[in-house]
Write a protein that binds this ligand. Structure first.
Ligand code: ATP
Ligand code: MG
Length: 723
């Protein structure tokens, strides 16, 4: 392992954090200062230098995407096996723990996860069952109450209602809900955490097992941990554990979900000898973007206070666009992306950020019209759900037998006893003959090249698809859809599955019939069969095929889900009073400050160019609303912004690179030591060179000693022995 790789591309402060002696650390720093980078390098450092086994390391990030990215980056650095390392979100890790100890957690082995849709559906049923008026006792509010209590670690028996009848009703619902979940073996998101916490708390042997196992715990985005997550972490971290947390109080945006920025302070009090490390240099954004964001966040009073600077260029001013309405805004954004593309930029370098999910539809439509692929993060749309895709796959095969993706999807769904071996044989035959899987399959059957049982199953499948087409030829699209759902066996398959999730799937299948019934063939598709027209509509809607993970696509997401990410070009849309800050938040100082932090998060995602737009009129949820530009726009120092019109030309900054400088390469070799070299000091013992400074008689090296911490030493006097 080349240790220099671990320290390459880090500034002095970052190196200090990466190479710090074992212990507890808080890395507190603003957006884009390399916190996540430090965390990744620290993990690699622990394995390479401290000989930590991946098995002894747990790292927690905020989203699955971030977790996957982190794994990828460590892998790149280490090129070794990470197997055994726990790396995921709080929810993901708690889930893993509950699966491993389901008996101790008093869960059935096959417990199911209840997502928020399922939760809402179950609550609605319970509210009805209790004869409560849904208007007065909305499911959404019940969910909010229950999840909030769970985030505080509270079970129904812990809650004191003080005879308040409203609270008593919510509590009754909570109790009924929990009973229903327990009976059916269902676990909601908040429950994953709470139950896992209780497991650690009440089961000494499990707690001791994990405390003995995890010697290193690292947490990204720590400012957004809530009470139960914090409590869980404290139980996971035994007395021997080394914990490094990184975070930014200015990016705390989940207060509404119970996140406690005070956890940062609590960490410093609760964890032995915890030390703070501050990073202040930003590597992500241009000077204009950074100063604008700093100027905005300075309007908040509740801050730990820090300022970011960059060595990068000032870059372009931030463009503000006043749109007439939301359609005009969408057109503007798509037009700018087009310009970016024409100048050689890639689509996935651009991101559209909005305050709430409902804002995406107009943008999506503009993108579809412009023929630009896009991808939405967070939240699954109707046409992306498993049962819908299964049905559509059958419908696609009816329309086109040569659709290999659909063939693969349903050839064994519902199960027909086809094994991987048979499928491999078909795949190979298709490849060898340059045929589609359907063709290969038919040929293999004719040649009697397959074993009896597999051949029978495949023959039945072929006949099924043929029959589905023949039997439905003269039907209307929605009848055809209904027929496919029934005769393919999909409906029966999902009906047999138990629980809320399965019920939801069956409901979705019914909704699909409704969707086909409502579907109007668009003008450009009148030549097509209704089935084909609908399938392309669904494909566009689902974004399937136009935005799988590797494809170049515009990125759409809420500002919340943009946390931790970065893009060369960012569009913040709908930056209007009432939208952002949202009207619910302007009354309370605390909530307004959280909105401002969200705006800060959005702005600091941009590396090279930031556009902010607002619309004077906006139709949302079927109503026209007039909005003033957001106060956040006014709070940005004027010298960093410019108003743009539709025609204004924006050029793509020449270099797409970072604004990085490598301290390392400049100083390389002038001290006679190499970065990452292992050395022995007569007094301090073994250590690793992590930095250089100066040359000749003045040269100094920074060494991370195994026992004595990090020290700067004058090379001339240090008497370091290479090892
Ligand atoms: P956020 O607060 O948004 O999560 P962060 O503090 O985690 O940001 P990173 O995402 O780790 O910041 O880093 C921001 C960008 O700067 C990344 O592209 C990263 O690769 C780059 N970067 C970080 N440190 C350096 C460095 N020393 N030299 C060059 N580039 C760096
Ligand atoms: Mg980060």
């Amino acid at each position: 392992m080349d240790v220099s790789l671990l320290l390459d591309g880090l500034n002095d402060k970052q190196r200090e954090a990466v190479a710090a002696p074992l212990g507890n650390y808080l890395v507190l720093a603003g957006a884009g200062s390399g916190k996540t980078r430090v965390l990744v390098h620290r993990i690699a450092w622990l394995m390479a230098i401290e000989q930590a086994s991946p098995y002894s390391i747990m790292s927690v990030t905020f989203t699955n995407k971030a977790a996957a990215e982190m794994r990828g980056r460590i892998n790149e650095l280490m090129q070794g096996s990470l197997s055994g390392m726990w790396n995921g979100t709080f929810h993901g890790l708690c889930h893993r723990m509950l699966r491993a100890h389901y008996l101790d957690a008093k869960l059935p082995e096959d417990f199911n996860i209840l997502d928020s849709d399922d939760q809402m559906r179950l609550l609605r049923r319970l509210i009805k069952a209790q004869n409560l008026d849904e208007k007065q006792w909305p499911a959404r509010q019940a969910a909010w109450y229950i999840n909030g209590k769970k985030d505080e670690g509270l079970r129904p028996q812990h809650i004191e209602t003080f005879s308040d009848p409203v609270e008593q009703t919510w509590l009754r619902l909570y109790t009924a809900y929990q009973d229903a979940c327990d009976r059916a073996g269902l676990v909601d998101f908040a429950e994953l955490l709470l139950r896992s916490y209780e497991l650690l708390k009440h089961s000494k042997h499990i707690r001791e097992h994990y405390q003995a196992r995890f010697k290193h715990i690292l947490v990204d985005e720590f400012q957004d941990t809530n009470n139960i997550q914090y409590a869980w972490l404290r139980l996971m971290a035994g007395p021997q554990c080394n914990v490094m947390i990184v975070g930014d109080d200015d990016q705390s945006i989940y207060g509404w979900r119970g996140a406690k920025v005070e956890n940062i302070q609590r960490f410093l009090n609760d964890f032995k000898d915890a030390k703070s490390i501050f990073l202040e240099q930003n590597y992500r954004s241009t000077g204009n973007i950074l100063k604008a964001a700093n100027g905005l966040i300075a309007n908040n009073n509740e801050r730990m206070g820090k300022n970011l600077w960059t060595e990068g260029s000032e870059g372009e001013l931030i463009s503000i666009y006043s749109a007439f309405n939301e359609l005009d805004e969408a057109r503007f954004v798509v037009g700018k992306i087009k310009e970016w593309q024409d100048q050689g930029g890639a689509l996935n370098e651009t991101a559209m950020l909005y305050r709430s999910n409902a804002q995406s539809r107009v943008l999506e439509e503009a993108l579809i019209q412009a023929g630009m692929p896009y991808r939405i993060y967070g939240g699954m749309r109707f046409f992306e759900r498993q049962e819908i895709k299964d049905t559509l796959a059958y419908m696609r095969l009816i329309a086109n037998r040569h659709d290999d993706a659909s063939f693969e999807r349903v050839v064994n769904t519902p199960a027909r006893g086809l094994g991987d071996r048979t499928l491999d044989t078909i795949r190979m035959a298709a490849r060898d003959r340059g045929a589609t899987m359907w063709q290969a399959c038919v040929a293999l059957l004719e040649e009697q090249a397959l074993a009896g049982r597999a051949a029978n199953s495949l023959r039945r499948f072929i006949e099924l698809v043929n029959a589905l087409e023949d039997d439905t030829r003269d039907m209307l699209l929605y009848q055809q859809t209904d027929e496919v759902i029934r005769n393919s066996g999909l409906r029966a398959m999902y009906e047999q599955e138990k629980g809320e999730k399965a019920q939801a799937r069956v409901e979705n299948l019914e909704e699909l019939v409704t969707a086909t019934r409502q579907f109007e063939v668009p003008e450009e598709a009148v030549e097509m069969s209704p089935l084909s027209a609908f399938l392309s509509h669904a494909a566009l809607e689902a974004g399937e095929g136009q935005a799988d993970d590797f494809e170049d696509a515009v990125q759409l997401m809420t500002m919340h889900s943009a946390k931790g990410l970065e893009f060369p070009v960012v569009f913040m849309v709908g930056v209007e009073e009432g939208m952002f800050p949202s009207s619910r938040t302007t009354e309370e100082v605390g909530r307004l400050e959280e909105e401002r932090r969200l705006c800060y998060v959005g702005m600091t995602r941009a590396m090279q160019k930031l556009y902010i737009s607002h619309a004077e009129m906006r139709r949302l949820y079927g109503k026209d609303n007039f909005h003033k530009p957001s106060r956040f726009i006014r709070e940005i120092p004027q010298e960093h912004i410019e108003e743009v019109r539709m025609k204004a030309k924006v050029s793509r900054p020449a270099s797409s690179g970072r604004f990085s400088q490598s301290v390392v390469s400049e100083n390389f070799n002038q001290t006679g030591y190499t970065l990452g070299q292992r050395v022995m000091h007569p007094k301090f013992g073994e250590g690793t060179i992590i930095n250089f400074e100066g040359s000749g008689a003045q040269s100094r090296v920074q060494v991370a000693f195994n026992g004595e911490g990090i020290k700067w030493l004058v090379t001339q006097y240090a008497k370091l022995q290479p090892m």
